[in-house]
Write a protein that binds this ligand. Structure first.
Ligand code: CO
Ligand code: CO
Length: 320
C-alpha cells in the first residue's frame, strides 16, 4: 500500500530516517543526535468490545504498542477519533477517558488531537517516543539458534468475534479485555535491559503473519511449537466452532505458503494462528543466554512470557 509513497522519497535524501522507507517495521525512527532518536507511529480502529472505556483503553494500549515494539519509551500522544454525530456525549467521553487513563499509566501525555464525524466510530492515537539510535528493536536480525518469546497469550480475535455474535461467555471476554488493555511496556523494557535487538508486536496479521515478517526480514526460518503457545480461556472453544474474524481468512491466504503445519494439527488450531490480535503481545528473538536473562527478569517483574519456538535456517515457518 505504501509503495507509491516510497517512490517519492529516496532513503539517501533522509539520512536521519533510520526506519521508515526501505524496510517496513512497527514505527518510523528519526535520529536526533548520537544518543537520541524519536519513534513515531499511529493506529486507530473500530470498537472491539462493548464497553466504551475498555475500547478507549485497548485502542491506546495498541497504539502505544508499536513504540514498545521498537524498544522505545513513548512520552507524547494525540487523540484521533471519528464518531457518529448521534453518539451520546457520555459514550464519547468514556472512550477518551479510557485512552487517557491508559496513556497516563504509560507515562504519556495526550496533548491534543482531532475528531471528525463518521458513521462508524474509530479511535486511536498518534504516539511519539524516544529510543537510542543504536539500540532499537527491528524485525530483522533474528539468528538460527535464537529462541522466540511471546509476552501475551493468543485468541483475542476469535473471542471478540464470538462476542460480536452473542456467543461469548462473559468471563472469556473479561480475560481477553484484561490482556488487550495490558501495556507492552514492561516486556519492551526487559528486552532493552537484556540487550535484545529483534522484536515486533502481534496485531492484525496474526502470530504467523508477524512471525513471518521477522523470518523474512531476518532471512531465517522459524520452528514453532503449538503445545507451548498460550491461549486465553475459551479461545480454542470458539475456534472449534470456526468463529473467526474475516481477517483470519485473509491472513491464511496471504501467509500460508510460508508455513508447514504438522499433520497432527487440527484445522481450527491452524486457524487460531492466523487469528488477528488486537493489542497482542511482543514477539522477541533471544540468544540462549539472553533468553535466560529475559525469563529471569520477567519472573522478577511478574511479566508473563512463553518460549514458543526457535529460529532456524529453513527459510519458512514450521509449526509442530
Ligand atoms: Co506493530
Ligand atoms: Co500498527
Amino acid at each position: 500500500m505504501l509503495r507509491p509513497i516510497q517512490d517519492l522519497f529516496q532513503a539517501s535524501d533522509f539520512p536521519n530516517l533510520l526506519v521508515g522507507l526501505d524496510e517496513p517495521d512497527d514505527a518510523a525512527v528519526w535520529q536526533l543526535d548520537d544518543e537520541k532518536a524519536i519513534v513515531v507511529t499511529t493506529d486507530f480502529f473500530t470498537p472491539v468490545v462493548d464497553d466504551p472505556f475498555d475500547y478507549g483503553a485497548i485502542a491506546a494500549a495498541n497504539a502505544l504498542s508499536d513504540v514498545y515494539a521498537m524498544g522505545g519509551k513513548p512520552f507524547l500522544a494525540l487523540n484521533i477519533a471519528a464518531l457518529p454525530p448521534d453518539l451520546p456525549p457520555e459514550i464519547l467521553s468514556e472512550i477518551l477517558r479510557g485512552g487517557a487513563e491508559k496513556a497516563r499509566e504509560a507515562g504519556v501525555v495526550i496533548a491534543g488531537g482531532h475528531t471528525i464525524q463518521d458513521k462508524e466510530p474509530k479511535y486511536g492515537l498518534v504516539v511519539i517516543g524516544l529510543v537510542h539510535p543504536q539500540k532499537f528493536f527491528r524485525k530483522s536480525g533474528a539468528k538460527p539458534g535464537d529462541f522466540l518469546i511471546l509476552t501475551k497469550p493468543l485468541g483475542f480475535g476469535t473471542t471478540t468475534t464470538a462476542l460480536k455474535r452473542g456467543l461469548a461467555k462473559s468471563e472469556h471476554v473479561f480475560e481477553a479485555v484484561q490482556w488487550m488493555k495490558k501495556l507492552n511496556r514492561q516486556a519492551s523494557e526487559i528486552g532493552q535491559q537484556v540487550g535484545l535487538t529483534t522484536a515486533t508486536d502481534i496485531t492484525g496479521f496474526s502470530l504467523l503473519g508477524h512471525a513471518w515478517e521477522i523470518a523474512s526480514l531476518s532471512g531465517v526460518g522459524l520452528r514453532l511449537s503449538f503445545a507451548d503457545m498460550p491461549f486465553i480461556e475459551g479461545a480454542k472453544e470458539y475456534a472449534a466452532q470456526y468463529i473467526f474474524p474475516g481477517g483470519a481468512f485473509d491472513n491464511r491466504l496471504f501467509f500460508q505458503e510460508h508455513v508447514r503445519f504438522d499433520s497432527r494439527l487440527a484445522e481450527a488450531e491452524m486457524m487460531l494462528l492466523f487469528d488477528p490480535q488486537t493489542s497482542g503481545g511482543l514477539l522477541l528473538a533471544a540468544s540462549p543466554d539472553k533468553r535466560q536473562a529475559f525469563e529471569q527478569a520477567a519472573q522478577t517483574a511478574q511479566q508473563p512470557c512463553w518460549v514458543i519456538g526457535e529460529v532456524t535456517s529453513s527459510g519458512r515457518i514450521e509449526v509442530e
